[in-house]
Each structure stands twice: as C-alpha cells, then as structure tokens.
Design a protein around this ligand. Structure first.
Ligand SMILES: Nc1ncnc2c1ncn2[C@@H]1O[C@H](COP(=O)(O)OP(=O)(O)OP(=O)(O)O)[C@@H](O)[C@H]1O
Ligand SMILES: [Mg+2]
Length: 432
C-alpha cells in the first residue's frame, strides 16, 4: 500500500472521476504546450539556467505579459529528455477540485494514474511520483488566473512533497501566494524573472532578423534600450518596421503609443486590471519616480505604499529603483502608454496632476542614494573585473550584479561603466 500523505486542509476532496477520463474531458488544447512558431529565437543561457536547476522541485517563471514565459517553457520542453505534462490554466481551474483534476489529467500519461481514487487524488499523485520513480516536469501556465486560496493550498502541498527529479514549472504574471521565501531558503525553488527574460542586443537582433528586418546595430541597441528587452515589444516593433520604408525614424520614435504595442498593453494588460488599479496607474504615470508619498499626493489615497508593492508583485511593469523598495518607476514603454491613455481618457485632469507631480518632485529624492550593495559593486566596477567575476567576489549571481549595475547607472544618470565610475568617485578618490 502506498503511504498516504496528510491531505492539505481545505484542498480538494471531492475530485471528479479517474484521471484518464478527465484528460478526455479537459481536451488536448489545454493539456499541450502551444507549438513554437517559426522565428522563435533560442535562449541557451536561460535554458541552461532552468535545466541546471533540476534539484529544485519548483521553477517559478514570473514576469509581465509578453516577457516570453510560455515560449521559454515550450523551448525547455523541446530540449529536456524528461516527459512534460502541460496544463494551460484558465478561469475554470480556479476551483480546487477542477485544478487537481487538471493536474492529474496532465500527469496521467506519465504516471498512469488511471482510476486514482477521486477522494484523495492529490496524495495519490504524490505517492505515484515517489513510487513510479519517473522524472518529469509539470508545467502550469498562466497561474495568475488561479486566485482561490484552496487552489494555492493544493499547489503548496505538491511543491512541498515532490521528490527529486520531478519538477513543477509555474508561469505567471503575478507572484503566487505560495511559500516562495521558504522554498527559496531551502533550495527548493529556481526563479526566472524579468532580469533573466529580457532580451539582450544579440537576441533582439535575432528576433528582428527572424521577422525579416535587419536594422543596423545601433538601432537594435536603441530598441533594446527603449523596450528594456521586453520580447513582445521587440517582436511588435519588428512587425512595424517591416511595413515601413524608414526604419531609422521608426526606431527613434518607437514608443508605448506605437499602435501594436498600445493595442497589446490595452488588451492584455490594462483591460484586465480592476478599476482602482487602472485609476492608480493613470494618475501616477506623470511621475518619473514613484514613491509612496508622491503617489499619495497625486491620487489622494493613503495606501500607495501597499499599492506599489502590489503592482510589483503583479509584475505590472513597475521597476524597483532601490533594494528597500522605496521608489519605483514604470517600464518606459508602459509609462508612455499610460500617459497617452491619461490624456485620452481624462484630459481635463492632466494640468492638475502635472502641478501635483511638479510639487511632489521637488521634494528630496532619497532613492538616488546608492545602497550598500550598490556601493560595493561600484567599487569593483572601477577594476577590470567582469560582472561575473564581481558576482563571485561578492557572492552574488551575475544577474543580481547586472540589476544593481543598472540601478547604479540610473541613480548616477549615466549609461556606461566608465561614466558610472567617474560619477561615483568622490573628488580626488575612488568610489566609496
Ligand atoms: N525566444 C523568443 N524568440 C522570439 N520571440 C519571442 C521569444 N520569446 C518571446 N517572444 C515574443 O514575445 C511574445 C510573447 O511571448 P510569450 O507568449 O512567451 O510571453 P508570456 O510571458 O508567456 O506572456 P503572457 O503573460 O501574455 O502569457 C511572443 O509572441 C514572441 O513574439
Ligand atoms: Mg504565456
């Protein structure tokens, strides 16, 4: 008899009939990875990152819309030798019995769950993982659509108990309320976020070339800077460039208001937010730097602090400017888009919001100060160590060093390493 694990409180009990029947009911579309369309660019560094994290039972891929989460997981599936179960979640899965039935259906071909007892399908699933000793990856795509607490309890149960070799990969626009910090601390979590998913210049060049456009390198670099490496925007830019005789003008003017980007942001991002979030975004978009007091001043709210953190958790295109999370800014293209939306929806409000933004902006800007970690990195930027070597020196991942370096550039208002070193150096000394 398999050992039955304690069932999570509040998770599904009354699950529907056997997993095989569920598979038929749910249908192949939700249970298969979307096909990789031609022109998808390989992401060897990212694949290396996820494939080398096979000891972590949970892989969290958390980033805003269009950051390449699904594409990365499809690429991973095409490279890994292990079988993949796939479940594209939708609103019907936001209910524990439906969710657990979906998990079982996705894993049935791998674990042969057949007629697993409907009452304790979740513990049976864990038992099957342990007993069958078949390594696999189970992808749950669009996890942000699942918000029910008991669904998270069920997923937490699975994340706690999956044996080595079995992984669940969670793709989501919003960090789920799962024990992420604890899994991270216990080495049970691998994370892929905006910093990793953003495209670099070479990757952007490849995305553009696959769409049939080959602008000169400076323009590709400019596009990467403007889009902050956001894959969907780079692809949308490629489509726009393709139809134009003067690509150089276009790249220069490419903004969040460019038609394809604006349509995407409007349909895929803004329209899905609750009304109070939309109002907050529109009423704060004139600020270069979002701090709680400033946002409160602009919106008349008193909880901007919470709101900003919620926006960050929801990956709503806000970028933290310091480690302490005191200041944020909007992703450039998202900010431009919001400002155009504000002017379209509430033109009469713009002058007053500008006045308030001006007054709020004149206050002291604490976030321009470098944090301790940034100071340490700045000191090493003055040497000839590479970012990877700096990471090794300070026991930080290369990505963390990159994130800090970007923050340093922003705070010092520079765009190169040598300028950062010059700007950060106290008169007559090295940066301290
Ligand atoms: N590796 C890649 N090569 C080429 N284009 C890419 C790549 N990754 C992402 N893209 C572009 O970005 C778009 C969005 O990618 P994807 O659907 O994977 O994003 P996502 O993060 O899953 O978004 P959502 O939150 O909407 O599900 C793709 O349609 C494609 O145009
Ligand atoms: Mg997706």
């Amino acid at each position: 008899m398999p050992t039955r694990h304690a069932e999570p409180r509040g998770a599904a009990r009354a699950s529907p009939p056997g997993a095989t029947a569920q598979r038929r009911r749910i249908g192949a579309a939700k249970l298969s990875a979307p096909p990789l369309r031609p022109g998808i660019v390989d992401r060897p560094v990212l694949l290396d990152l996820v494939m080398s994290a096979s000891e972590a039972p949970v892989v969290l891929v958390s980033a805003p819309a269009g950051y390449g989460k699904t594409t990365l997981l499809s690429l991973w599936r095409s490279r890994d030798e292990r079988p993949f179960g796939w479940l594209s979640l939708d609103a019907t899965d936001n209910e524990p019995a439906a969710l657990v039935a979906g998990l079982a259906a996705a894993l049935d071909p791998i674990l042969d769950l057949g007629d697993a007892s409907p009452d304790d399908i979740l513990p049976a699933l864990v038992d099957a993982c342990i007993e069958r000793r078949r390594d696999f990856v189970l992808v749950l795509d669009d996890l942000h659509l699942v918000t029910e607490r008991r669904c998270h309890t069920a997923l937490g149960y699975l994340g706690e108990r999956l044996p080595a070799g079995c992984q669940i990969a969670l793709a989501t626009r919003t960090d789920p309320p799962l024990p992420i910090a604890s899994w991270r601390a216990h080495g049970r979590l691998a994370e892929v976020r905006v910093a990793e998913l953003s495209l670099g210049v070479a990757e952007a060049r490849a995305v553009l070339a696959a769409a049939g456009v080959r602008p000169p390198d400076e323009q590709v670099a400019q596009l990467v800077e403007r889009t902050e490496g956001w894959p969907a925007a780079i692809y949308l830019a490629a489509l726009s460039i393709r139809d134009r005789p003067h690509a150089e003008d276009f790249v220069e003017r490419f903004a969040g208001t460019s038609r394809h980007v604006a349509d995407f942001l409007s349909e895929d991002v803004l329209a899905r937010q609750p009304e109070d979030v939309i109002t907050f975004l529109l009423h704060t978009c004139l600020l270069d730097e979002l701090t709680a007091p400033r946002c409160n001043a602009l919106t008349g709210r008193s909880d901007a602090d919470e709101m900003l953190r919620a926006l960050e958790r929801s990956n709503l295109f806000v970028v933290p400017l310091d480690e302490e999370r005191r200041a944020y800014r909007y992703h450039h293209l998202f900010g431009q888009y919001l400002r155009a939306e504000l002017a379209r929806r509430e033109p009469e409000l713009v002058p007053e919001l500008r006045r308030r933004a001006g007054r709020a902006g004149r206050r002291r800007q604490p976030s321009r100060e470098l944090s301790d970690a940034e100071r340490r990195i700045l000191r090493l930027l003055a040497t000839d160590l590479s970012l990877r070597e700096i990471g090794r020196e300070l026991y930080l991942s290369t990505n963390t060093v990159k994130t800090h370096t970007r923050a340093i550039y922003r705070k010092l208002g520079v765009s190169s390493r040598s300028d950062a070193v010059k700007a950060g150096a106290p008169p007559g000394g090295s940066p301290g």
